[in-house]
Structures are given as C-alpha cells and as structure tokens.
Design a protein. Structure first.
Length: 155
C-alpha cells in the first residue's frame, strides 16, 4: 500500500521582466504558489532576492504581501543617497545585519540583510495563493529599475 503523497515543502519563483521605477509609480511582481502545506511550519524559511538598481536607494520602498493579506516591509526608504545597494540583495531573517540598522556608507550591493519586518510573520499561515512584491519610488529626481525578483519558500 502506498501512503499519501506528501505536500511539496519548497517552492521558488523567479520574475525577471525588467520594469522602470520612477517617482509616483509602483512596480510589482506577483506569483502564485500551490501544492505547499496548508500552513507554514514554525521552522519555515522565506527569502526574497531583488535586483533593483536605483540612483538613490533611500527613495525606495519594498513590501511583500502573502496570500492571506499579511504584509511586511522589506525596506522602507533605507540605503541613503547611495546607488544600487539593493541590486542583488538577498533578504533573509538569518542575515547578520538588518536593513533597519545597517549603516550604508557607499554605492554598491549590500547582501544579505534582514528585512524591516521578519519573514517569520508568515509562519502558521497558508502559503498557497498569490504573493505580491511591491516596489515604490517615493521621491523625484532619480529613477531605477526592478530587473529580477526571486521569492523562495521552504517549509
């Protein structure tokens, strides 16, 4: 006798369609997960990697919204006047530094970083459904792009 087929425990989604990010606009990436367990475990790990070159990183706001409408802040106007600090950044709860307290001091990618709100907020919630990563440019005078987004859910 064959037992039930276990639910998938890891899923990853990549969105690599470039979009321009300018003042007053938002860019978003959506993806739908299915086949995962109905509730993320207490040990679930979520990571988000973004490629968002911008000439003034502190203009940008990034949020992640799960299928149960729970939303967290990834970065809210962090990075100061430096260029491209989130152009390849991996956000993970296990990073040594937090985007909230990191002392940005030069142009270029900083990675890995903890998001402003922890991904663990999604534990115990159903991960199946639409996830949305929103990108906003909150100041005029500069622009950027969103080149790639990778969202990974384990557990």
């Amino acid at each position: 006798m064959i037992g039930p087929i276990p639910h998938q425990t890891t899923a990853s989604y990549t969105d690599d369609v470039p979009a321009t990010l300018t003042y007053g606009t938002s860019v978003y990436s959506t993806n739908t997960f299915s086949g995962l367990r109905n509730s993320l475990s207490n040990y679930a790990v979520i990571t988000l990697q973004i490629w968002m070159p911008h000439t003034y990183s502190g203009d940008c706001v990034v949020t992640l919204k799960g299928p149960t409408s729970t939303s967290i802040s990834i970065t809210n106007r962090k990075g100061g006047s430096y260029d491209n600090v989130f152009d390849g950044t991996l956000f993970t709860d296990s990073a040594a530094n937090s985007v909230k307290t990191y002392s940005f001091s030069s142009n270029g990618v900083v990675s890995p970083l903890q998001p402003e709100d922890p991904f663990s907020t999604f534990r115990g919630k159903n991960p199946n459904g639409e996830w949305r990563t929103d990108f906003y440019d909150k100041a005029s005078g500069d622009s950027g792009k969103v080149n790639k987004v990778i969202l990974t859910i384990q557990g």
